[in-house]
Design a binder for this molecule. Sequence first.
Ligand SMILES: Cc1ncc(COP(=O)(O)O)c(C=O)c1O
Length: 405
Amino acid sequence: MSFMFSLKSIFTGGQSTTIGARCYGDDLTRMRLKYSPYYDHFERQKGAHVWLNGERLILLSSNDYLGLTFHPEVLEAGKQALEEWGSSSTGARVANGGRAYHCELEEELADFLGKEAVHVHSAGYLSCMSAVEAFAHRGDVILVDRNVHSSLWAGISNTRARVEKFGHNNPESLRKALSFEKPETPKLLLFEGIYSMEGHLAPIPEFLKVIEGHNVFTIMDDAHGMGAIGPGGRGSAHHLGCEDAVDVICGSLSKSLASVGGFVAGDRAVIEYLRTHSKQTLFSAALSPTAAACALAALRVLKKEPFHLERLHSNVVRYRTFLNELGLDTWGSETAAVPVVLGDKAKVYYFRKALMKKGVYTTMSIAPAVPPKKDLIRTSISARHSDEDLDRIFEAFTYAVKKVL
Ligand SMILES: Cc1ncc(COP(=O)(O)O)c(C=O)c1O
């Protein structure tokens, strides 16, 4: 379910008769924006801390899993790229040429992910959208986990393929969906390695068993897995020992890799096909020099300083154990994305407020962005959270539980 869909429903409530009226004439929308718990603007950030209305808060909702956004080598690489290549990639690669920094990042990422080739885009959203749209055509069937990210649905909606949803993380449901398909129909399986709303890891080996012999092309969005899980941070498929069986891995550079942008990884022929068939790849400006350099530097830091990943994992265990001891429902999360399910919009609102009062910043996700009765506080842990941060986070949760539940 789409996060934006839920924002729209919160901000707009109903329909207006003209588009102009919808945009300019809706006082209710403006009121909702003013008082909504979204779109806060921090005055400052340092590591895992942000300043809001002069108050320092611990950021417990970023995707900076490895905490590398302020790593000196990442910052230095960004500065150097800016000096050397300027501020922009100045256009799409097909029209304006790629740059050495694109190739360097793509080669190292491909090697890291165990794939032949990679293409990088200026947003993970474009990468994931293009990965679906480029490969699925009219007459194909897309078998998709019903909880996948908005970027994948955007890709799906631009194909003329038939779509068959299966139950979230449910191999039996996939088996059933597949059983209705003719052997000759080209099929594409679409899922995420880690679901950021739920914190769930996909049962990839079980999926692969179900599709065995059915000639299914597999695409995994590993935006939240790459860098955060698996040996050396190589992602969800490596974590489960089945990296060779996933045809395409797409994802984002804005999470563990401390930058902005996205990637699609696969066999060389597959990536060449993407480069010649995907609108998002052909007609959108290439990744900027600074973004590429920061992502590459973060990847190199991840490889040579394994303690960031180790710290992330020990923080996650400490954090999740504490939440469970407090009796909070973390929806079976196995990863650094840890939802706190409260099951009620009002509780979520007041719980988040209580956390803020004690210096912890989180986001709320409410139905229809999550299934009914699964309204939750969305939290994610970073390697950058110190022991002191974790102590303060625990105090804040203890206070919120007492105050609201
Ligand atoms: C699963 C998933 N895929 C794709 C994206 C898009 O990535 P980006 O934010 O880099 O555009 C996100 C971002 O939140 C995501 O969570």
